[in-house]
Structure formats: structure tokens, C-alpha cells
Design a protein around this ligand. Structure first.
Ligand SMILES: NC(=O)c1ccc[n+]([C@@H]2O[C@H](COP(=O)([O-])OP(=O)(O)OC[C@H]3O[C@@H](n4cnc5c(N)ncnc54)[C@H](O)[C@@H]3O)[C@@H](O)[C@H]2O)c1
Ligand SMILES: O=c1ccn([C@@H]2O[C@H](COP(=O)(O)OP(=O)(O)O[C@H]3O[C@H](CO)[C@@H](O)[C@H](O)[C@H]3O)[C@@H](O)[C@H]2O)c(=O)[nH]1
Length: 433
């Protein structure tokens, strides 16, 4: 099939490459000329495991092109909209201007039978509004909403082998088109839920709200563990054995960040309030508040560990990205902690295997190094903020040979506390004794 993907960021670049890898003919469109030049040269514009490989093989097949010119979508019959829906400045609602601009840009090139497929995460009601806009355009095209559930770090696998496909459609012909797009995943038995627009839009925000709630739940337990001497990691293991609860997404620490969970729960709250149902999701404000408190807790632990003040103290912060295996620093707890410590006068040095370039763009005032050893050298305190394997596998004796201090704050409860203590370290976890 001939597909276009509008917006080639973390979601769109992977979607375009994966669809081409599956045999479709794909053109990826973005307004960012530098990004398009890189992608067209076969170089991903961000770090995502597996993306270089599929970008290269799909590019070599001749099935994948990239362009800044919307006119290049004219041959395609299915148009995925994968542009950003960031949090608006000054409000918690989603900024819909990019989605609106992308759909407006598509209109002149739509033909009878074309299907516009929304993938961006949007406030419920968006699909119905855009379907009306497309119907009014007289192009003969229609709209579907097909939310995306990929995780950064696993984006390629999640796109090629999704755990479910959700279609928000106005009629079965749109579902049939999507079945053709996703024929490979469907043949492999992927569950498929075909529903109305509003349900499809809500599935996406409900899924992220649930995940965020699960993380804040365990972080709330960490707060209680901190005042009782209990161990939140053991608590998570124990409740996680109950299959109704499950162990995944019960890792307490400095909390969730990224370009999705934080903004999506806030946008969901804002939309529910607009709909007069703010009270139904009022708990999400608490989920957000618990989450932000955990970043503060890590900063407080640092102050405590350094005797009441971090002023002029050298602190190594391990990690800048919001999670391992990504270069994404959007709303990253790790960066937030580094910024707060720097604000308190600490000499912070951050290191990360992939995120430094992005971090430097956002926070040029921080000091960064590619070298873990350089970050650790002379550090009076070490803070693990993102659980990259590189940091989890650090040998406590090696770190002790470089650092000036002997306290490590494990912001992700990712280290072997006993091993660090045995090597002479004061280990402080998040909700672990
Ligand atoms: N990143 C993820 O893991 C993920 C997963 C599922 C859903 N989502 C959702 O997907 C959407 C995109 O997220 P992202 O992380 O890829 O964002 P992103 O910022 O990485 O990418 C968005 C891209 O859209 C481009 N763009 C903006 N306006 C455009 C226009 N008018 N025409 C063409 N291109 C345009 C931007 O230049 C940018 O490259 C969001 O709604 C997000 O919530 C993201
Ligand atoms: O037990 C856990 C699990 C995750 N996190 C943190 O939660 C954040 C989000 O993690 P994850 O969900 O793995 O990353 P994303 O790539 O942002 O993916 C989420 O957001 C995407 C965009 O909407 C969705 O598509 C995915 O399904 C959803 O998992 C990260 O900061 C993690 O460190 C925890 O603190 N504890």
C-alpha cells in the first residue's frame, strides 16, 4: 500500500520505517528540514535501538522516502498523522495546533477513498471534529483514529509486533483499510479492537493514566516505607506476585517523565474539566503531585547526605534521559534533579550514554561529560537518576577509587544495596532502608 506519515519524530520516524520494512511504500513528511535530511541519508535523528537497521533496509529497498514537501503525499492513499501534541504553555491542555496544521496541510492532496489516520495522542472529541472538517472539504477522504502504544527504547518491536491494535472508525470500510495496513501483525494474532472515535481516543489516555497511576501508587508506598523502615522493592515484589496486580510498572524511584505520561495525564485532566467531569479524574492531579514529590525527595536526600547543604559540593548525576535506551530528555526526572541541585549551588556534573546532546540544548547551564569516570572523579556524592545498564553495572570499588565521598543515592532502586554497602558505601534508595 502507499502510505504517508506526517511528522517524523520519535513516533513518526519509527512508524514510517517499520511500515516500509513490512512492505508498504512510504513517504515521511516533516516541517523540520534538518530532520528530513538526516532521515533521508539513513541516519535516525534520535537514538532508538533497531531504528538504524530498519531505516537502512527500508531505504535500500526504495520503499521509504522522506520529504518536507506535503505535495509528496499525493500518491499515497493512507495518511498517518504523527505530529506532536505537547503541553500548552501556561495551561495543562494539549496544544492541538500541530495536528490541525498537519490536517490542513493534507487537505489539498486528499482524493476520494483516501484515509487520514490519526496516531497522535489527542483530547477526546478531536477525531469527530477533524472527521467533520475532512467531510466538509469535499475531498471524498475519511478519517480514522489509531492510537499508538509504543514505548521508547522498544519502539521498533512495539510497532512491528504491537500488543493490540485499536481503530476508532466511523464505518467498517476504514477498519478494512487499516486491516490491510496491519496485515502482518493481524496474521500473527495481534488483538484488534475496532470501535468509535471517542473510545479509541480514550483508550490511549486511559492506558497512560493507568500506567502513571501504577507508578505513583508504588511511589506513595515508598513514601510510607520511608517513615516506617519498610522496603518498597520487596513490597512491590510481594504484591506483584498477585496476578491481578502484576509486578511490571511497580518500580519506585524518582518517578515518571518523558514526552507522554506527564503531559498526557495533565491533558486528560484538562479535557475532563472542559467536559464537566473534572472530578472523575481528579486523582490524576494527586498522581502528578506524588510523581513530582519523588524528584524533590531525591534532592532532599542529597542535601541530607551532604550534611545539610550541597553548596559548592561536587555531585555526579548518572543519567539525563527520562529512561534508559532513549536519548529523550523531555520532562526527565534526572535532568530536573540536576537542575535543582545546581540551583542550590552544587557543582553538578551529569553523564549519560545517549542524552547529553538533547540535555545540553535544554539546560546549557549544566555541566556534562561523556565519561562516567570523569563524572565520578572527585564527586562528593553520586546520584543514580536513570537506570542505564552502564550505571547498574558499575563496580562499587571502582567508583570508590574515583569519588571523594562514599554516599550513593539510588534514585531508581536499581542497584544491589548489599554490594554497595559491603564496599564501604552509604547506600540510600527511594523507599528502601
Ligand atoms: N514518543 C512516543 O513514544 C509516543 C508514543 C505514542 C504516542 N505518541 C504521541 O505521538 C505524537 C508525536 O509524539 P513524538 O514523541 O513523536 O513527538 P516529536 O516531537 O518527536 O515529533 C513530532 C514531529 O512532528 C513534526 N511536525 C510538527 N508539525 C508538523 C506539520 N505541520 N507537518 C509535518 N510535521 C510536523 C515535528 O517537526 C516533529 O518532528 C504525540 O501526540 C505523542 O503524544 C508518542
Ligand atoms: O515501574 C516503573 C516504570 C516506569 N517508570 C518511569 O515511567 C516513565 C515512562 O516509562 P515508559 O512508559 O516505559 O516510557 P514511554 O516510552 O514514555 O511510554 C509510555 O508512553 C508512550 C507514549 O504515549 C506510550 O505509547 C507507552 O505505552 C507508555 O508506556 C519513565 O520515566 C520511567 O522511568 C517508573 O518510574 N517506574
Amino acid at each position: 500500500m502507499k502510505l504517508s506519515v506526517i511528522g517524523c519524530g520519535y513516533l513518526g520516524a519509527v512508524h514510517a520505517s517499520a511500515m516500509a520494512e513490512l512492505g508498504h511504500e512510504v513517504v515521511g513528511i516533516d516541517v523540520d528540514a534538518a530532520k528530513i535530511m538526516q532521515l533521508a541519508a539513513g541516519k535516525p535523528s534520535f537514538f532508538e535501538p533497531g531504528l538504524p537497521e530498519i531505516l537502512a533496509s527500508a531505504g535500500a529497498s526504495g520503499r521509504l522516502r522522506f520529504s518536507t514537501d506535503m505535495a509528496d503525499v499525493a500518491d499515497a492513499t493512507v495518511h498517518f498523522v504523527a505530529v506532536g501534541t505537547p503541553q500548552m504553555q501556561g495551561s495543562h491542555a494539549a496544544d492541538m495546533s500541530y495536528v490541525d496544521a498537519a490536517v490542513a496541510g493534507l487537505l489539498p492532496y486528499l482524493k476520494p477513498g483516501d484515509l487520514v489516520v490519526g496516531k497522535s495522542t489527542v483530547p477526546v472529541g478531536t477525531a469527530a471534529r477533524l472527521a467533520q472538517l475532512i467531510a466538509d472539504s469535499g475531498t471524498g477522504a475519511t478519517l480514522a483514529w489509531n492510537p499508538e502504544f509504543l514505548r521508547e527504547g522498544f519502539a521498533v518491536k512495539d510497532t512491528i509486533e504491537p500488543d493490540r491494535l485499536v481503530y476508532g472508525v466511523a464505518d467498517e470500510s476504514a477498519a478494512a483499510v487499516l486491516d490491510e495496513v496491519y496485515a502482518a501483525a493481524l496474521a500473527a494474532g495481534t488483538p484488534r479492537i475496532s470501535t468509535d472515535y471517542a473510545t479509541a481516543e480514550l483508550v490511549k489516555v486511559a492506558a497512560n493514566a493507568f500506567l502513571a497511576t501504577k507508578i505513583s501508587f508504588i511511589n506513595a508506598m515508598a513514601e510510607i516505607a520511608e517513615v516506617t523502615g519498610a522496603d518498597v522493592s520487596q513490597l512491590a515484589d510481594a504484591i506483584g506476585h498477585d496476578a491481578r496486580i502484576g509486578r511490571r510498572f511497580l518500580n519506585a524511584g524518582v518517578g515518571f517523565g518523558g514526552g507522554c505520561l506527564p503531559k498526557d495525564i495533565r491533558a486528560f485532566t484538562a479535557r475532563a474539566e472542559e467536559l464537566g467531569r473534572g472530578e472523575s479524574v481528579a486523582f490524576l492531579k494527586e498522581v502528578d503531585a506524588i510523581n513530582l514529590r519523588r524528584r524533590q525527595r531525591a534532592v532532599d536526600l542529597a542535601v541530607e547526605a551532604l550534611g545539610g547543604s550541597v553548596y559548592n559540593k561536587r555531585i555526579a548525576v548518572l543519567g539525563v534521559t527520562f529512561k534508559p535506551n532513549s536519548d529523550d530528555v523531555r520532562d526527565s526526572p534526572a535532568l530536573d534533579i540536576a537542575v535543582q541541585l545546581k540551583g542550590l549551588g552544587a557543582g553538578v556534573i551529569s553523564t549519560d550514554p545517549q542524552g547529553i546532546e538533547n540535555a545540553r540544548l535544554r539546560h546549557p547551564q549544566l555541566d556534562y561529560t561523556d565519561s562516567i569516570d570523569e563524572a565520578l572523579n572527585g564527586a562528593e556524592l553520586v546520584v543514580l537518576a536513570t537506570e542505564w545498564t552502564h550505571f547498574r553495572e558499575l563496580d562499587p570499588a571502582h567508583v570508590a577509587s574515583l569519588a571523594a565521598g562514599r554516599t550513593i543515592i539510588d534514585g531508581r532502586n536499581a542497584l544491589d544495596a548489599a554490594a554497595w554497602r559491603a564496599a564501604g558505601w552509604t547506600y540510600r534508595g527511594m523507599g528502601r532502608p
